[in-house]
Each structure stands twice: as structure tokens, then as C-alpha cells.
Design a protein around this ligand. Structure first.
Ligand code: MN
Ligand code: MN
Length: 465
């Protein structure tokens, strides 16, 4: 009797793996294989867009610019400057009833090259960097780094760079002081132990010509000129990003977790992309956002704050031949969204920063964050109870395990996502993603159970009326 009352009234949020049968386990592990493979091909936003476009085209999606008219069932995409992308499957219901949107971001914390990066000091050549997003700087020293991105020459020629990933490529690294001589450094605050201006990438040490006193630099430029046809000035119109050269791998003897760079937020981007690829004839128009610049505040023309997204939806309205003044605003006001971004996973080693009753645990399924923000919910998009109820019902009726959490204890810190940007347009939005350990570190950890649970959530969301 007492047991029944417990089952009936009290919340018991158990670990997902406990109730997974062999068949489901195989599905979860197989899905993760595809995810890890994708991560190895898409470490930066431009590579993610390239891969996502390839996957989309293989699944019948076409550039919206190739459509004169749109009709129910059509699959379209729009690529914004090769760094962000929107996809949609046109629904059979009137678009005035709103969109079902899932939005993630495909940029991740990293080190960017400065516009004038190359210098030589004491027989060593270096690239100067400026970090991108919130990083713990000391984590980026003494690990193998690769260089990804583009040079665009003054005549518009674009040269793609990807060096350090292939086994036969060299890698690069940022050095740190040996412990023997680091007494002063070790006494500093952790955040000052390695300064931003010291994050200089070691790139070479062989002189071109013994007569010249900057000949290591010259030698590097000569190599780059032979390989890419560039001169030192071409760095000013480049976007070159340093990311860990680590491969995405399975983690643990049981292989239950993923270890990889950039899972914030490529885990939600990949799972939503995969869910959209399997979507056929939804009732409501389904929209997938893969945004850029989230890690630095979503500003700029590839960030979510840009009007490019409104433009994409307006183009859909135009090509459905239903557009009229203010229709875009109406569509947004009737839309629903999952802001699919990662959550801080509860780390037992650092448990003091989390409220255990309100934390996201690895292996307990997708995490909902009713609100984000910091210090009294400042800056938060706080989902309405009515909308949370709707999402809950969706997950519960489809037997998808979920958890509801906050990012850390009150006043400990905080964070934000793209949720508020869409909420400001009138969309009902809730944050909904995968818990991560070591977020923003060169190597982040997720549970394969949660990755699969995100994929399932996104699928049922888009299939909803
Ligand atoms: Mn994120
Ligand atoms: Mn982040």
C-alpha cells in the first residue's frame, strides 16, 4: 500500500540505461557511431554547414532559391554565408497555424587567429590568437591543435584550410611552463595562470636562409605560399580557427559516453538534423536552425539576432503565395520552439556548484531548462507553464525520458542560449538539450543515452500537430 502511494505521488527519476533492452541499446550505440563520425568531419561551423548541406541534398532537400513555388511536403534549405543554415519541411496545415522550430548552434569555443598572426621569436615561428567564446585558457595549452577555415584572396578566390586532422599532417600546439620554473605562475589565480596574449601557436623552427634574421617566418610563408598560394597580407582576409586535433571517441569500458570537441552545441545540431532528415509530410511546417556566433552573443549577420531568419521564413510565405503585411509576426506568435542547446551535466567531482534536486544528469535523458539567465533569472527566457505542460505531455505520451534542471546553484553563475531571441518574436520557447561534462573544454563528454533521447525528442516534436 505504502509502495503504491510512493509510485503514485513521488518523483523517481532513474537512470535511463537501467530500463534499456538489448535492442534499444544497439540502436543507441549505432546512432552514436554516426554522430562521432560526423563530428570528425565537422569541427567548425563552415564544415558543419558543408556536411549538413550534403546530408540534406542526399535526403531530397533543395536550396529554397531553386523553388518558384512551395507546397506541402517540400524540403528546403537556406545557407547563410556558409556559416549558418536553416532547413524546413513544408507542412500540410496552413502556415498561419505556426511553425515547429528546433534551433541549435554550430559554432563552438576555440582560438581564432588574429588578423596579423605571424611572428618569429628566438628561432621559433608563431601565430597569435584571440580566443572565441568562454574558455578556461590553461586548457588550450599542451594539446594537439589543428587549423581549420578559409583564406579569401583579394580577387575573391577562396582557399579552404584543414591541417592537423589527417594522420600524415603535422599538428600545432601552445606551450606551457615546466613545473620546475612555474612557482610564480602556480601562485596566480587559475584564470590568470595563462593569459590571452600568451596563447601563441607554435608553428615552426627551421630557417629558410641563415643570413636572414627572420628566416623561420620566411620559411613558413614559403611553405604556405607553395601549399595555398598566399602571401602574409592574405591573413587579413582569412578566418582560421584552432581546434583540438583529437578525434571524437567512445568513452569508458562500457562505451556509454562520447568524448569529443565541440559537442556544445553540435550534439543538438546533429540530432536535430538527423531527425529532420527522416521527416515526411508533417502537419505543421518544421524548421531546423543551425546558427552561428552563439558562443559570442549571437550578434552579426550569421548569428541568431540577425534578420536572416525572418528573411528565410518570409521567403517561405512568399513562395507559398500566402504572404501579406504582418503575416510573419502572426506566424511567429503561433509557433513553438525547442531551443536545443546543451546543459551543464552534474559532475560528482564538482557537485558543490549544482543543486542536486535541479541538475541535469548524464544518462537520465534530454534536459529541459524552463529558464536560463543568472542572478535572479536575469536575461532569461522563462518558458510559460502552459508550454512546459505541452512539452511534458509530448514526451510522456511518447515514453521519452526527460529531466528538468537549472544551470547550477542560485548565484553561482549562469548562461544563455538563443531561446530569448525567438521568444522575443513571440514564439513559445523552451531550452531542451543534452547534459555535458567539461563544457567548453577541448574535450567534452556526453552520454550516448541522452544523445539518442535528444534525437527521439526532436523527431516527435516535428511530428506533432
Ligand atoms: Mn551552447
Ligand atoms: Mn556554449
Amino acid at each position: 500500500m505504502e509502495e503504491n502511494l510512493r509510485d503514485k505521488l513521488l518523483e523517481k527519476n532513474d537512470f535511463g540505461w537501467k530500463n534499456v533492452n538489448e535492442d534499444e541499446k544497439t540502436k543507441i550505440l549505432d546512432f552514436a557511431e554516426g554522430y562521432l563520425e560526423f563530428l570528425n568531419k565537422a569541427k567548425i561551423e563552415r564544415e558543419f554547414v558543408r556536411e549538413a548541406r550534403r546530408v540534406a541534398e542526399n535526403n531530397g532537400f533543395k536550396d529554397i532559391n531553386n523553388f518558384g513555388k512551395l507546397k506541402a511536403g517540400d524540403k528546403v534549405y537556406f545557407v547563410n554565408r556558409d556559416k549558418s543554415m536553416y532547413l524546413a519541411v513544408i507542412g500540410s496545415k496552413s502556415i498561419e497555424e505556426g511553425l515547429n522550430i528546433i534551433g541549435s548552434h554550430i559554432d563552438s569555443p576555440r582560438l581564432d587567429l588574429k588578423p596579423n598572426p605571424l611572428y618569429e621569436d628566438t628561432g621559433m615561428a608563431y601565430f597569435k590568437t584571440h580566443y572565441y567564446g568562454g574558455i578556461k585558457k590553461y586548457q588550450w595549452t599542451t594539446i594537439p591543435l589543428s587549423i581549420h577555415g578559409v583564406f579569401v584572396k583579394a580577387n575573391g578566390d577562396r582557399i579552404t584550410v584543414n591541417i592537423g586532422e589527417d594522420e600524415n599532417d603535422p599538428i600545432f600546439t601552445i606551450t606551457d611552463l615546466l613545473p620546475h620554473l612555474a612557482q610564480e605562475q602556480m601562485d596566480k589565480k587559475l584564470k590568470n595562470g595563462v593569459e590571452g596574449e600568451d596563447l601563441n601557436l607554435l608553428i615552426g623552427s627551421i630557417q629558410y636562409d641563415v643570413q636572414d634574421n627572420e628566416s623561420v617566418k620566411l620559411n613558413i610563408m614559403n611553405i604556405l605560399n607553395e601549399k595555398y598560394g598566399i602571401t602574409e597580407r592574405d591573413f587579413v582576409s582569412s578566418e582560421l580557427e584552432l581546434v583540438p586535433a583529437f578525434k571524437a571517441r567512445s568513452l569508458g569500458f562500457d562505451k556509454g559516453m562520447c568524448a569529443a570537441y565541440g559537442q556544445d552545441d553540435k550534439v543538438c545540431a546533429y540530432t536535430s538534423l538527423m531527425a529532420m532528415m527522416e521527416l515526411e509530410n508533417p502537419l505543421k511546417t518544421a524548421v531546423c536552425i543551425l546558427s552561428d556566433k552563439e558562443e559570442i552573443g549571437s550578434m552579426g549577420n550569421t548569428g541568431m539576432e540577425s534578420h536572416m531568419f525572418d528573411y528565410f521564413i518570409s521567403e517561405i510565405l512568399n513562395k507559398l503565395e500566402v504572404n501579406r503585411p504582418n503575416l510573419l509576426d502572426k506566424v511567429f506568435c503561433y509557433s513553438k520552439m525547442l531551443s536545443s542547446d546543451v546543459d551543464a551535466g552534474f559532475d560528482p567531482i564538482y557537485s558543490s556548484v549544482s543543486d542536486k534536486k535541479n541538475a541535469g544528469f548524464l544518462g537520465k535523458g534530454i534536459t529541459l531548462n524552463k529558464y536560463t539567465g543568472s542572478r535572479g533569472k536575469s536575461g532569461a527566457s522563462d518558458a510559460n507553464a502552459e508550454y512546459v505542460a505541452w512539452i511534458r505531455n509530448l514526451l510522456e505520451s511518447n515514453n521519452i525520458k526527460y529531466q528538468v534542471s537549472e544551470l547550477g546553484k542560485v548565484d553561482i553563475g549562469g548562461g544563455g542560449t538563443i531561446a530569448y531571441i525567438l521568444a522575443n518574436k513571440g514564439v513559445d520557447v523552451i531550452d531542451c538539450g543534452v547534459p555535458v561534462l567539461s563544457m567548453h573544454a577541448p574535450y567534452e563528454v556526453t552520454s550516448k543515452y541522452d544523445v539518442y533521447s535528444a534525437y527521439r525528442t526532436y523527431k516527435v516534436f516535428w511530428n506533432m500537430a
